[in-house]
Ligand binder design. Structure first.
Ligand SMILES: NC(=O)c1ccc[n+]([C@@H]2O[C@H](COP(=O)([O-])OP(=O)(O)OC[C@H]3O[C@@H](n4cnc5c(N)ncnc54)[C@H](O)[C@@H]3O)[C@@H](O)[C@H]2O)c1
Length: 363
């Protein structure tokens, strides 16, 4: 099999990992990396034994396919230059800043009959893949995705930065149109929103509650899916899936806690997990998701197969993110039409929540 000539555009935090993995794959020739940050691009090129470019135009005639991992606000313009040449692309998430840009990217890919895959990497998380192998009908989903402040992706807020991972996963699970969206958010550090909370209701009755923060003391990336079959908990960081289902006698509704005496209630409490609610813990450590995502991209480039996260999936996640942003920007903190609204205009504080130790008490 001939080696595919691939390049990476934008080799910061994530792009350098794409370059590292591609450089090590036997059926790929990493022909170059691009970044206007010269020390960074030279360092990555040296590590990956490839050429460094400051401008993506130099890469265009050299590659069979490319990965775009530049800041989100650059995705649409960079992608257009590759797609217009019919070059297959893996574009990092979110695929663009606006749905209109996303539509234009999809149209260009279709017009030039080429592949457009979006980097919604959690679809390749082995714990999420394992979840999809079980017959759970999602009726209520909760998602929490928290990180500390990274100093990156300040061109977008937490909805497009972090929550969009879960929006894509929820859309993939629910497979129904969105009926309503309610959201609120706060710009803690100024600029775009850093905290957000959303409730999305689907036309098939499923409800998803999503929370995201990029100013959180501890990292969390988890999802719970509730359905008539039971509950699944996905810990994306640990690549761990917990499945819980009611035992047969609970499914048959043979217990009614209102009719149990004290000893029976005590025994139910002691034996809840195991006897009454069956639990399965699954460690899903079959490879890292970035390598799996890149391998699927390369496979689709070679075979013409449709990727699991195509441009339409990227656009749908972006469109839902847009509805969440519209809702959180108009959230009325005091319920009044002329009162404070949105992530920047909170009600005036009543005072300090507590006196910090370094600050002297007022006389
Ligand atoms: N899939 C994921 O889990 C995940 C995780 C992190 C970031 N991302 C996405 O990846 C993208 C990059 O994020 P990051 O955290 O690596 O950011 P980053 O700031 O660390 O890196 C971006 C790099 O792109 C370079 N760049 C800027 N303009 C460029 C241009 N015109 N051409 C080429 N390079 C250019 C910058 O110099 C920088 O080195 C963003 O879209 C982000 O949302 C995805």
């Amino acid at each position: 099999m001939s080696r595919l000539r691939v390049g990476v555009v934008g080799v910061g935090h994530l792009g350098k990992e794409h370059a590292r993995i591609l450089a090590a794959l036997p059926d790929v020739e990493l022909v170059g990396v691009v970044d206007p940050n010269v020390p960074q691009v030279e360092m990555v090129a040296q590590r990956c034994n490839t050429r460094a470019f400051r401008d993506h135009h130099a890469l265009l005639p050299l590659v069979d396919a490319a990965v775009i991992a530049a800041p989100t606000s650059h995705h649409a313009a960079l992608a257009a230059d590759f797609l217009a040449r019919g070059l297959p692309l893996l574009v990092e998430k979110p695929m663009a800043v606006t749905v209109r840009q996303a539509e234009e990217m999809i149209e260009l890919a279709e017009k030039h009959n080429t592949l457009l895959q979006i980097g919604h990497i959690e679809r390749f998380n082995p714990a999420f893949e394992e979840l999809r192998r079980h017959p759970l009908q999602p009726k209520f989903i909760t998602c929490e995705r928290y990180s500390g402040f990274s100093g990156r992706s300040t061109d977008i807020g937490v909805v497009l930065d972090l929550m969009i991972h879960d929006l894509d996963l929820v859309l993939a699970l629910v497979q129904a149109p969105v009926r309503t969206v309610e959201a609120l958010g706060v710009a803690v550090l100024g600029g775009n929103e850093d905290l957000a909370q959303a409730r999305v209701t689907f036309s098939n009755g499923c409800v998803a509650d999503l929370k995201a923060s990029r100013v959180h003391p501890t990292p969390v990336r988890c999802m719970h899916v509730f359905g008539p079959e039971g509950v699944a908990g996905v810990d994306f960081a640990r690549r761990h899936l917990t499945l819980m289902q009611p035992a047969e006698h609970l499914r048959q509704r043979q217990i009614d806690t209102r009719r149990l005496d004290a000893p029976a209630l005590a025994s139910l409490k002691m034996e809840l997990f195991g006897r009454h609610v069956q639990v399965q813990e699954l460690d899903c450590n079959s490879g890292d998701q970035l390598t799996r995502e890149l391998q699927e991209f390369l496979h689709c480039v070679r075979t013409g197969q449709r990727p699991r996260v195509d441009g339409a999936a990227g656009r749908d996640a972006l469109a839902l993110a847009g509805r969440i942003l519209d809702s959180l920007r108009t959230h009325r903190w005091e319920g009044t039409a002329d009162g404070p609204a949105g992530p920047w205009h909170l009600p005036a504080p009543r005072g300090l929540l507590f006196i910090p130790p370094s600050q002297p008490m007022a006389a």
